[in-house]
Design a protein around this ligand. Sequence first.
Ligand code: AN7
Length: 356
Amino acid sequence: MKNYGIIEKYKKYLPVGQATPIITLNEGNTPLVFASYLSKLAGENFEIYLKCEGANPTGSFKDRGMTLAISKACEEKATAVICASTGNTSASAAAYSARGGIKCIVLIPSGAIALGKLSQALIHGAEVLAISGNFDTALELAKEISLKYPVTLVNSLNPFRIEGQKTGSFEICDYLGDAPDFQIMPVGNAGNITAYWKGYKEYKTGGLSKKLPSMLGFQAEGACPIVKNKPIKDPKTIATAIQIGNPASWKSALEARDESNGLIDIVTDNQILEAYKILAQKEGIFAEPASAASIAGLLKLIKNGYFRKINTTNKCKIVCILTGHGLKDPERAIKSVKKPKLLRPNIKTILKEIGY
Ligand code: AN7
């Protein structure tokens, strides 16, 4: 049986040819889940959907870009790839490199990546180097090494990453029959907002969708260089995936925002944590904190009346991208809720506790 991931499915729109070996883990085709609780909250004219990218093979959207980046690296006979990462890129690079049979070098900011992601990079056999600096510094170093040595950079500065990731918007259009009215997503290094916007534009040009969404991006308050319009030296947020102070795709994020008549705004860590719990407890979806920034942004915009000005005859469709799985950061989940009580193994004690 043939493996079937985003490259097979969207070959026509991707820079691949006969000679490209397809290194895939059957990524993509992730669930677009109708969010009943959030839709009700938004009001009767709204339909909210959640694109669950945590359902990808390594648990994040990075797999869409990595299948192509690693396939192209293999086509070009690269022997090694390198990336800097807040965690998910390294997990994905490590897995696809293992599959492609090439060496993977990972630079991570020491102490600043979630446990699940670190475990993935390690178990897939990447050479993981923790540096005493932040992501932005790690990315500068990875770039420099890739320029001077025969190592391919697989951060989203690699154009194949963006090409692969744009398939997320193709899937949304295929599923909804058109592009949504709004798309909400977290913004870190800003590759994904760049990729989604590129995808939406290509689908419309190709006649596969009729409209373009407004792109609404959210950064964490302590890591919001785009909103502040200046790099942040020491970015700080509990959403470690987007703890980035100087995004590589800054310019194209602004283009996505402005061409789509969208916005890039901030959410606080408290708003992120609240949204994180609402998602898990009202929608049944466990996404990592950075992904919950989408929902925190949605709630913020509902509250401040942003969507009130929208007047569509049909229902207004909003897609929120949940970029990574909640299991990536189990420590954050446990810190966010009450610990289980320890009880004696006695039925009376248990019944009393649960109120029977
Ligand atoms: C869950 O893994 O940058 O704006 O090195 O892991 O495209 O950077 C991760 C980013 C959102 C932000 N949600 O996407 C990395 C890394 C999750 C993420 C983002 C990331 P971009």
